[in-house]
Design a protein around this ligand. Sequence first.
Ligand code: NAP
Length: 238
Amino acid sequence: MGKAIIVGASSGIGWELAIQLADAGYQLGLMARREDRLNELIEQLPGEHWVQCSDVTECEHAQAQLQGLIERMGGVDMVVLNSGVGFLEGRLEWENQRTIIDVNVRGFCALAVVAMQHFEATGKGHLVGISSLAAHISGASMPTYHASKAFVSSYLNGLRGRVDRRRVPITVTVVEPGFVRTPMVLGSPPWMAPVDRAVRQIMVAIVRKKNHVYITRRWRLVAWLAYLMPTAMLAKRF
Ligand SMILES: NC(=O)c1ccc[n+]([C@@H]2O[C@H](COP(=O)([O-])OP(=O)(O)OC[C@H]3O[C@@H](n4cnc5c(N)ncnc54)[C@H](OP(=O)(O)O)[C@@H]3O)[C@@H](O)[C@H]2O)c1
């Protein structure tokens, strides 16, 4: 079927995506900090796969690790950048804010560069970035998280424009989930999707090489409304 790397495969959406991609016949390279979790995952997957322990906040080191993994796998067709963190920001604490920026912005950008350079060198490929519906809303509860995901969506759209302008057949897919039941989400917010259903919809977007997808689809309504509602009203709700 193909070869793909998932960055952030040790939990939640990335873990389930590894299961569904392996079932579809992909050979996978799995990256995250928790190597034990990645090895546990690999034991459950059919086929041959690779593991690379990596902390995306150590940007240059993580770039070299991704490059090395691509080489060990003999090239890849797809890279999924899924690693992300988010914290409630009742108190504004720089340590938490910096971690969000380091993982969701610096780490994301650093690894996207390596993936795109590989795809541009081979003249094809597929970059999938897990952003969030939060990209469309300036949230009062998690302002740094929302801003980081606005960066992710905007940056990916810019990368797509760049390859389109050069007429290189590289697909860039922006995935914007609402709430998905994973260890990241506390409590039971509305419209929470089970992770297997959410990932099935991501799989459809991957197969169809879509530019953009809301997960689940109903969150499209919220994104549209977000642009009609005053910022102050949205901030009260989110
Ligand atoms: N769940 C939701 O409702 C939801 C909604 C919108 C968007 N998202 C986005 O979906 C993505 C996956 O989140 P999830 O819900 O599946 O959460 P999760 O279960 O907490 O998974 C987060 C993943 O990110 C990895 N990660 C975190 N820090 C890292 C670092 N410094 N270096 C490398 N990897 C790191 C984790 O691996 P290690 O800890 O092993 O490093 C883990 O594999 C995130 O980008 C999140 O923002 C989730």
